[in-house]
Ligand binder design. Structure first.
Ligand SMILES: Cc1cc2nc3c(=O)[nH]c(=O)nc-3n(C[C@H](O)[C@H](O)[C@H](O)COP(=O)(O)OP(=O)(O)OC[C@H]3O[C@@H](n4cnc5c(N)ncnc54)[C@H](O)[C@@H]3O)c2cc1C
Ligand SMILES: Cc1cc2nc3c(=O)[nH]c(=O)nc-3n(C[C@H](O)[C@H](O)[C@H](O)COP(=O)(O)O)c2cc1C
Length: 908
């Protein structure tokens, strides 16, 4: 690997060239860059401490040069609805992108890399023939990727929002998210400082809002390379004037664009390899573009050094980087979708909104934020009704704001926060009253908050009322079929499983799917509820389980439709058509798998019979003693098959438009509601997406759920998929949660989030962010039936939301782990300095002049003191760390970096 060609002198190309040359000085490395040395777009780039540690280790001179330039801080300010909430403990470093390039250019020059500016790269085929290796670091619109598209198989996903990348000469003190509601819709700003005189300022909004706001017209004008859309810049300046305090927005080739997520099936082909934006992009809201490019560069240079062959090196590079990048892209996807649908959350109270924003990518969680800034989480907890046990609004049943039970009350979670929230004050971010506008350290939770006093009740242990039923906590055991029934009778294992889950502490426990007729069984081993014997068997199960605890019990009723007459599912969780099964019924004669026997399209009279079967089974379930009725209207079962346009091709009054496709669901629900007691909840499971082209849309899912709520459903259990066999599901942690969020906010009906939620931290995050009212944990509660009680022990929670069975009380504390009896000696002469939670960016020429007890400085724009001080010639630089300030606050300046605490991932 003597001769290396690099296309593009962006951060990725330059850093790779420098490291590869440093590791093997004999290499000939040539970089082609079409722009001039000093041409540069973009403003500030932001890094996490984690990336900086990598840079520090890889090439100390580069790190030393960069360090001198960093703006550093740890706070995130969320400005929303005229208020500001601040969360500390994050760890950011940012600098001017042009300075980053200059440092890398300088390093390349020192090491003897040949960088040719104003020189477009020769065609890749020629470079590949003349060099051992070609590194394509030619950016998001990579011509190399396009030329070798057959090999790389790129996927370019252009997203829905419009954004414009700008700077401002207002120096923000923290990473700042601004979400403002205008008559044209919501607008958001992602802003962060990157020097002592500039901040990056990205304005973003959904396409529809952007059009309504009238930005389309100026954007339509032809702009030459490097020109900016000045009318739009001025308009943004006016709209956001309250946050700019008289400062300017500064364009640099700035125009409205849409973010494109770049993915490639392969990153290397023969001796050509993609790096940085050419290989992948991740939405700017997680601040990862430059960071990922630099990490790629480091990994590729290392792989070339470590592997004896080029092929091996490129394969190792891709194998190492792909999972890291895909993880960042998953987070970025969740984050960009959150911002695309930000209007969904703009009805929330400010605490909950701030928490929701900070946890949007799923990387940052409840526990994670608590470790960073306990006071912030305490304030959100309190606003959600999670005051300390025994206090008003505490977990003993008050649950003031958090009791989202009952239709129409779901977005009110945070509204009672002020009462429970002690010292939290709400102010106007744009009014210039910086002292009143934020949650500050110690000013939040009851009992002093700050994590120092008694703990707040974790969100999962807050009670909830569903209909007239009180639930002790927010964890549900979803339907988990055991496939152990004989003749439709629940088995000993069904009984044992229910018993285990009742003992395990969840707030609501469901049986697995239970058929309303012999024909409606998914498999021969499914239980049913269409005979007296089955009713008696279920009554006996309920009676036995009741002796163990009073946890509400739900039963899920179903007719499996075209998924009936299947084998017991194998490892993929999907049953296959029985070779010698029974005739099945469905909306249309479409088999689940092409080779399977087609179901018979149901005649209207048969459908009336199905509704009657559901009603009869519901009446039996009531007599058997169940508290909650679950209806399986998802997963391709009979009713689901009518709802989805993919599986309902009928032309009668049960097919065609959504009102027709909904008919069977509403008839079944009405029939059930007529016999099921009014105070007992009905919970309907839906598949809110089919994960296949032409399937149920988001708007249809909302309309379906709204109709079900109007017809008497008390809660929606929001699952997805299993409607068609050719689905392509983007599995991942909590991947279905956005659908519960969508339904909850669009309809106001309580929702259950389900699917790959395995840890209590994730459950708490979902609940506290207001994405769902309940969380169903399936397989994790098969792994550990005491999951809920163990979650209580791990969180140190001992209140009424988690009741240990009396005989097991002695085991209610987490047992000591291996090595717990080892006592560590003191190994430090002096105590390590505590890392302050709140660090603001306060460069010397912009001193913090506010009083020491004012909370984190200048989270509110318009803070009169800060603005007056900014740019005041000759102002005395305040001391780094402000020894006279309140505990837990420190300022960061280029020359003083107190408390470099490695934390993961910024800004989310
Ligand atoms: C308008 C805009 C503004 C941005 N601003 C910021 C910002 O402020 N902060 C931030 O963190 N990120 C910003 N980004 C994202 C960030 O630039 C990228 O994520 C990051 O730079 C990726 O680094 P890279 O080296 O892979 O690619 P790039 O930085 O894009 O570098 C690619 C280089 O290749 C050169 N090139 C392309 N084709 C050829 C060719 N045929 N011959 C020779 N040279 C070629 C280009 O001129 C360019 O210099 C911005 C992106 C855009 C589109
Ligand atoms: C063994 C097993 C049986 C299941 N049985 C049912 C069922 O009877 N009815 C149903 O609606 N979903 C059923 N599901 C789906 C679960 O209710 C749940 O939606 C799914 O497992 C995703 O949650 P998890 O990732 O927490 O496991 C079953 C899942 C498993 C693993």
């Amino acid at each position: 690997m003597q001769r290396v060609a690099v296309i593009g002198a962006g951060p990725g190309g330059l850093y790779f060239a420098a490291l590869a040359k440093k590791l093997a000085p004999h290499r000939e490395i040539t970089v082609w860059e079409r722009d001039a040395r000093d041409d540069a777009f973009g403003f500030g780039v932001v890094f996490s401490d984690e990336t900086l540690d990598g840079i520090a280790q890889a090439d100390p001179p580069v790190f030393a040069a960069l360090s001198a330039e960093f703006a550093r801080w740890s706070d995130i300010d969320v400005r929303y609805a005229g208020q500001v909430r601040t969360c500390g403990g994050h760890g950011f470093a940012a600098l001017d992108r042009n300075r980053l390039r200059a440092v890398l250019q300088q390093r390349c020059a020192e090491l003897g890399v040949d960088v040719r500016y104003r020189t477009p790269a020769p065609p890749v085929a020629r470079l590949a023939a003349d060099h051992d290796l070609v590194v394509a670091a030619d950016g998001v619109r990579s011509a190399t990727r396009a030329a070798l598209a057959e090999a790389f198989r790129p996927e370019l996903d252009e997203r829905h929002c419009r954004y414009i990348w700008l700077a401002t000469d207002k120096v923000f003190e923290a990473f700042t998210f601004i979400v403002e509601q205008y008559d044209f819709g919501a607008l958001q700003v992602h802003a962060y400082p990157y020097s002592d005189r500039r901040s990056t300022f990205i304005v973003e909004m959904a396409e529809e809002a952007w059009r309504k706001a009238g930005f389309e017209e100026p954007a339509g004008r032809d702009l030459g390379r490097g020109q900016s859309d000045l009318p739009s810049v001025r308009r943004c300046e006016q709209l956001l004037a309250p946050h700019l305090d008289g400062h300017r927005l500064i364009p640099n080739a700035s125009r409205w664009i849409r973010f494109t997520t770049v993915r490639n099936a392969s990153w290397h082909h023969r001796n050509v390899v993609l790096l940085g934006d050419a290989a992948h992009t991740a939405h700017f809201s997680i601040g990862s573009g430059t960071k990922l490019a630099l990490e790629d560069a480091l990994a590729l240079a290392a792989a070339l050094q470590e592997s004896p062959s080029l092929e091996g090196a490129l394969a190792a590079y891709e194998a190492e980087r792909r999972p890291v990048v895909e993880s960042a892209q998953r987070a970025a996807q969740a984050s960009l979708e959150w911002f695309e649908t930000v209007g969904r959350h703009t009805g929330q109270g400010v605490e909950q909104f701030a928490f929701n924003l900070l946890t949007r990518s799923r990387r940052v969680t409840y526990g994670n934020l608590r470790a960073r800034d306990a006071a912030f989480v305490d304030a959100v907890d309190a606003a959600y009704g999670g005051a300390v046990e025994g206090e008003p609004g505490g977990g003993s049943g008050g649950c003031a704001g958090g009791e989202a039970a009952g239709r129409g009350s779901t977005s009110g979670d945070a509204t009672s926060g002020d009462a429970a929230c002690g010292g939290t004050t709400s102010g106007d971010a744009t009014s210039g009253d910086a002292t009143a506008a934020r949650t500050g350290p110690g000013g939040t939770a009851p009992d002093g908050g700050g994590g120092g006093g008694r703990a707040a009740v974790p969100p999962m242990f807050r009670p909830l009322r569903l209909g007239r039923l009180g639930l002790r906590n927010r964890i549900v055991v979803p339907p988990l079929a055991t496939f152990t029934a004989v003749d439709g009778l629940p088995s000993g294992f069904d009984r044992a499983q229910l018993a285990a889950h009742v003992l395990g502490g969840a707030g609501l426990v469901f049986t697995g799917m239970t058929a309303v007729s012999a024909q409606g069984r998914a498999t021969e081993r499914c239980p049913g509820l269409w005979t007296d014997a089955q009713e008696a068997a279920w009554r006996s199960v309920v009676r036995a389980v009741r002796e163990l605890g009073d946890t509400p019990l739900g039963i899920q009723l179903t007719h499996a439709g075209r998924r009936a007459s299947s084998t017991v599912p194998g490892p993929d969780g999907i049953g296959r058509a029985l070779a010698d099964g029974w005739p099945t019924l469905a909306a249309s004669p479409l088999p689940w798998e092409a080779a399977g026997p087609p179901p018979r399209p149901a005649a209207p009279a048969e459908l009336a019979g199905v509704a009657a079967d559901f009603a009869a089974a519901a009446a039996r379930a009531d007599r058997a003693g169940f508290d909650v009725l679950g209806l399986q209207f998802g997963h391709g079962h009979l009713v689901s098959g009518f709802l989805s346009p993919l599986t309902n091709h009928r032309t009668d009054r049960y097919g065609g438009p959504l009102e027709h496709r909904l008919r069977l669901a509403l008839e079944v629900l009405a029939a059930v509601r007529a016999v099921w007691p009014a105070g007992k909840p009905v919970v309907v499971r839906v598949s809110a997406a089919d994960w296949a082209p032409g399937g149920t849309t988001e708007a249809e899912a909302v309309a379906i759920c709204r109709a079900l709520a109007d017809a008497g459903a008390d809660a929606l259990d929001v699952s997805t998929g299993e409607v068609v066999a050719h689905q392509e599901v983007p599995y991942g942690r909590g991947y279905q949660v956005p659908f519960a969020d969508l339904i909850r906010h669009a309809t106001g009906i309580p929702t259950i989030a389900v699917g790959a939620i395995s840890g209590h931290d994730d459950a708490n995050s979902v609940l506290l962010a207001g994405r769902a009212d309940l969380v169903a944990v399936g397989r994790a509660q098969l792994y550990d039936p005491l999951w809920t009680l163990h979650a209580a022990a791990e969180q140190g929670y001992t209140g009424p939301g988690a009741r240990w069975p009396q005989p097991w009380q002695p085991g209610s504390r987490r047992p000591p782990g291996p090595g717990a009896d080892r006592v560590a000696p003191r190994l430090r002469l002096l105590p390590e300095a505590a890392v302050p939670v709140h660090r603001r960016w306060l460069p010397p020429h912009r001193p913090d002049t506010r009083p020491p007890d004012a909370g984190p400085p200048d989270a509110g724009s318009g803070a009169a003191g800060s603005r007056a001080a900014a740019g005041r010639p000759g102002a005395d630089p305040p001391d780094a760390g402000r020894p006279d300030g309140p505990p837990g606050r420190a300022a960061h300046r280029p020359d003083g970096q107190p408390g470099h605490k490695p934390t993961e991932a910024v800004p989310n």
